[in-house]
Every structure is written in C-alpha cells, then in structure tokens.
Design a binder for this molecule. Structure first.
Ligand code: MN
Length: 224
C-alpha cells in the first residue's frame, strides 16, 4: 500500500493571495456570562477551560455542508477566532498580543445532545465538538481583534445570537497566556474564544450567517 497523501489545511487571508496554514484548533468553553447562564453555569470568572478540534474541521465561507451524523441537536456558536503567527510557552498577558497574526469570525458547531450525554457521564467532548466540518471559518484579517465590537449570527435571515466582544469574561491576551501554560503554542494555531448567548439548533437546509465587526461575514449552508 502506498503512503497516504495528507494535504495541509489553509485558510484565506482577506486582501491577500497568501493562505494561512492551520496547525491546531483550540477552543475556550463558556467565555460570555450570558451564555454561561443559559447553559446552567456560574459566570463568576472561573479559570478558562479548553477543548480542541482537528485542524481539518475547518471549512471556508460559502461551503455547503452535509448535515452531521449522530446528532438530533446540532447547535451554532458564533465566535471570535484568533490565529497565531508565532508561539511560546508560559507567555505573559503583556506579551500575548504580539503572538496574534490575525482574526476572523467562526462557528463552533456542536452536537449538543452528545455534549450533554458526555457531561452527564463524565466522558470526553471530542465527538460532540471535534467532528468533520465542525469549524466553519471566515477569511482572516491581519492584526489584533478589537476589544469591543458586535458579534452576531443569523439562521435563514433571523437573528439568533448577538453580543459584543467586550462581554468576554477572559480577553484574548488572558486566553493566550492561560492556554500557553498547558501547551507550547505555535504559529498556525487557531483559538476559538467562546460564544455569546443565543445558541440554538441548526436543521438540514438552514443557512447561517456569522458576523463580527471589521471582518468579512461567514456564510454557510446545510444540505436539506
Ligand atoms: Mn464554543
């Protein structure tokens, strides 16, 4: 048998022909107080916690996705995503912004029913979060994201999520600094930074539009 060919995963950069290579995808859980409350949690600034998705979970804006298998409750979570241009371990909050290459809007697609069952059983979230095409992502914009700015998601033209980056419990620098105490970060790493309130179900045939101040909207559809 021949060795398999593994294609590198890359994402578009707005206004450039260059493409950003994706190394790993980290995600922050429950980083907006109103979303923590809707999930039944306590929003009093517990330390951020992390989970991952495989790099090839990324899908670009404009994609028509197959509806995921093994779920009857797929949810949308619109999120600010930061892309790291370089890495480090035990990065200070002061140095963390210098690691950021760019930012984009993304959707952390979640099999909510599998996640709830995993929470109940004390089992890992991987199959609830890290499935095929679970990380739709818009084009990267160079530089740091703003500290405040509207973030929203609509389904079939109807607004479902609306928040502001200023509502994040942990800001981008704090997230990078904390994550870098668990793993040595590297250029190519993406970080999904959590979702505001209003998460909800996605059905076959739905069209999703995710927006974030200053970046190109992300639009995806699900086959009916
Ligand atoms: Mn999320």
């Amino acid at each position: 048998m021949q060795l398999p060919r593994v294609e590198p995963v890359t994402i578009a950069i707005a206004g450039s022909d260059a493409r950003f290579p994706v190394r790993r995808i980290f995600c922050v859980g429950q980083n907006y107080a109103d979303h923590v409350r809707e999930m039944g949690g306590d929003p009093t600034r517990p330390a951020p916690f992390f989970f991952t998705k495989p790099a090839d979970a990324v899908v670009a804006s404009g994609a028509e996705l197959a509806f995921p298998s093994q779920t009857a409750d797929l949810h949308h979570e619109v999120e600010l995503v930061v892309a790291l241009g370089r890495g480090g371990a035990n990065v200070s909050v002061a140095d963390a912004p210098s690691l950021v290459f760019g930012h984009a809007v993304g959707i952390d697609l979640t099999r909510r029913d599998l996640q709830a069952a995993a929470k109940q059983a004390g089992r890992p979230w991987d199959m609830a979060k890290g499935f095929d095409q679970s990380a739709p992502l818009g084009a990267l914009v160079y530089g740091l994201p703003p500290a405040a700015g509207a973030i929203a998601l609509s389904v079939n033209g109807e607004q479902r999520q609306a928040g502001d980056l200023a509502q994040m419990i942990w800001n981008v620098a704090e997230i990078i600094a904390t994550l870098s105490t668990f793993v040595t970060l590297a250029g190519g790493d993406l970080i999904f930074t959590g979702t505001p309130a209003g998460v909800g179900p996605v059905r076959p045939g739905d069209r999703l539009c995710a927006t974030l101040a200053g970046v190109t909207p992300l639009e995806i559809g699900f086959r009916g």
